[in-house]
Design a binder for this molecule. Structure first.
Ligand SMILES: Nc1ncnc2c1ncn2[C@@H]1O[C@H](COP(=O)(O)OP(=O)(O)OP(=O)(O)O)[C@@H](O)[C@H]1O
Length: 519
């Protein structure tokens, strides 16, 4: 008989353990100590990670998911994402070992989903190609490329003076009811005939508004390449908080994967995505609500200290990848609502400093009938210039100057009526150029049409057209060119710039149009 020693016991146990071939489920289990206002305090989850998905087991085994937010010494503070009423004190909570993910893939195109990726459009289940984390570390500079391709919005005022490039983050900012959403929607509608995939994230809007937007997209034929992620005003604060990140995650699938669903690379090109966050003010308010109920210390305007980090983390995810990573891009158009034009409030200044430029919309202009109400004097695009099409760029320089001179002179000449001819000419030109920038909703133009419109103004073809007829002149001129001089438009489109030949042909065409235009 062999002698039993500590060593032999140790060996025997070791052998037995090695022969076991089941994986060990090392999830922690804790209990709810307190629940209310959509948040829960959980005891016993020492190893929970920040942002980890927690599984709450409620009444009758019903599972509700939550997000671990506050990691304290004794407890974890979590926000609940589902049916809050199903969770009571002493219910079990398990860690899942992963951070929150949303379904992604082509199956989501044409659908309206909530921030968890569940369909809310009544069109049946969604077949996802995979899952992506809602929090994703933005790629570093080494894998990026400077922004260089245009992202046309089809709006003359934006494309000519505040050009946006693929991969850029351009803020749309203004008071309520100034046409912020209208610009974002027109930009999506303008992607109808190109390779752009669009995502519209609605935060804290009415469900009826979201339904209206879906109908608009369907009407203009872009819904099949668009995903609408909606956390409506009736949804809980955590859902509104997560919505922009969920939308970004759904977009990233297309940027980082090729057409075949495999990772993008030099041979397998990534796709282009346009994402609009409508709006980040409401997301910030939802996050503030969450943070206060979690008893985080309030900072400026009662927002938590990491609100800047929240928005910068989100907007850094807009990218233009380089050749090695498949050249995909994600362009972000965040929207921020200001109160009485106050851009120096906390959230507006934060987002202004994060983005690559902003489109300012002004209430005064809106009510004067200047729509879109873009204040071109203070709107900027910091990187889009290098992405602008040459045709538009060559005509927009004079437009900017004409408008700047006009603004200055107009203020100055309000007091006197005796004007010399050159001042009068500048005022006339400016008034027409300002008029030229007026554009109705859902009437986006291609870049060659925009270039032609600005060209006509800059070359003085409008100088003898009454100001009240300028918009009609522009619209009819474009119709005329489309109908009987499509070759001129096509030439400008193909060259992407004005050549002496196309200019001569265009001048002749505009003259022919003017001869039959009745003012
Ligand atoms: N270019 C335009 N031409 C005519 N009407 C416009 C134009 N742009 C916007 N509008 C009208 O202005 C109103 C406000 O537009 P929109 O809802 O886009 O503004 P918003 O700033 O997003 O508003 P909210 O503060 O409600 O989010 C709408 O009725 C819209 O139809």
């Amino acid at each position: 008989m062999t002698e039993i020693t500590a060593k032999s016991i140790d060996e025997a146990l070791r052998k037995q353990l090695e022969s076991l071939d089941t994986s060990v489920d090392a999830r922690e289990v804790g209990t709810v100590v307190q629940v209310g206002d959509g948040i829960a305090r959980v005891d016993g989850l020492k190893g929970a990670m920040a942002g980890e998905l927690l599984e709450f087991i409620g009444e009758g085994g019903k599972t509700v998911y939550g997000l671990a937010q506050n990691l304290e010494e004794e407890e974890v503070g979590a926000v609940l994402l589902g049916d809050v009423t199903a969770i009571r004190e002493n219910d079990q909570v398990r860690t899942t070992g992963k951070i929150m993910e949303v379904p992604s893939g082509k199956g989501l195109l044409g659908r309206v989903v909530n921030p968890l990726g569940m369909p809310i459009d009544g069109k049946g289940p969604i077949k996802a190609d995979g899952y992506r984390p809602v929090e994703f570390k933005a790629p570093g500079v080494i894998s990026r490329k400077p922004v260089h391709e245009p992202m046309q919005t089809g709006i003359i005022a934006v494309d000519s003076m505040i050009p946006i490039g693929r991969g850029q983050r351009e803020l749309i900012i203004g008071d309520r009811q100034t046409g912020k959403t209208a610009i974002a929607i027109d930009a999506i509608i303008n992607q109808k005939d190109n390779d752009m995939i669009c995502i519209y994230v609605a935060v804290g809007q009415k469900a009826s508004t979201v339904a209206g937007i879906m109908e608009t997209f369907e009407k203009y034929g872009v819904m099949d390449k668009t995903i609408i992620v909606a956390a409506t005003a009736a949804d809980s604060a955590p859902l509104q908080y997560i919505a922009p990140m969920a939308g970004a995650a759904m977009g990233e699938y297309f940027v980082y994967n090729g057409e075949d669903g495999k990772p993008a690379g030099p041979e397998n090109l990534g796709r282009h995505v346009l994402i609009t966050y409508d709006d980040l003010t409401k997301q910030a308010v939802a996050y503030r609500q969450m943070s206060l109920t979690l008893r985080r210390p309030p900072g400026r305007e009662a927002y938590p200290g990491d609100i800047f980090y929240l928005h910068s983390r989100l907007l850094e995810r807009a990218v233009k990848m380089n050749e090695e990573y498949g050249l995909g891009s994600m362009t972000a158009l965040p929207i921020i609502e200001t109160q009485a034009g106050d851009v120096s409030a906390y959230i507006p200044t934060n987002v202004i400093s994060i983005t690559d430029g902003q489109i300012y919309l002004q209430t005064d202009l809106f009510y004067q009938g200047q729509r879109p109400a873009v204040d071109v004097g203070i709107s900027v695009s910091r990187v889009g210039g290098s992405a602008q099409t040459k045709a538009v760029k060559s005509v927009s320089g004079t437009l900017r100057l004409d408008l700047a001179a006009y603004r200055e002179l107009k203020a100055f000449t309000q007091f006197g009526s005796d004007l010399d001819k050159s001042t009068q000419d500048q005022l006339n030109r400016g008034a027409r150029m300002t008029e030229l920038l007026k554009q109705g909703r859902y009437s986006t133009l291609s870049f060659e049409e925009e270039a032609v419109a600005v060209y006509a103004g800059g070359k003085g073809f409008l100088d003898d057209v009454p100001v009240s007829d300028v918009v009609r002149f522009r619209n009819e001129l474009i119709e005329f060119l489309r109908a009987s001089h499509a070759d001129v438009l096509k030439k400008i489109h193909d060259d992407a710039k004005f050549t002496p030949e196309s200019e001569a042909a265009l001048n002749a065409a505009i003259d022919a149009f003017k001869a039959q235009f009745v003012a």
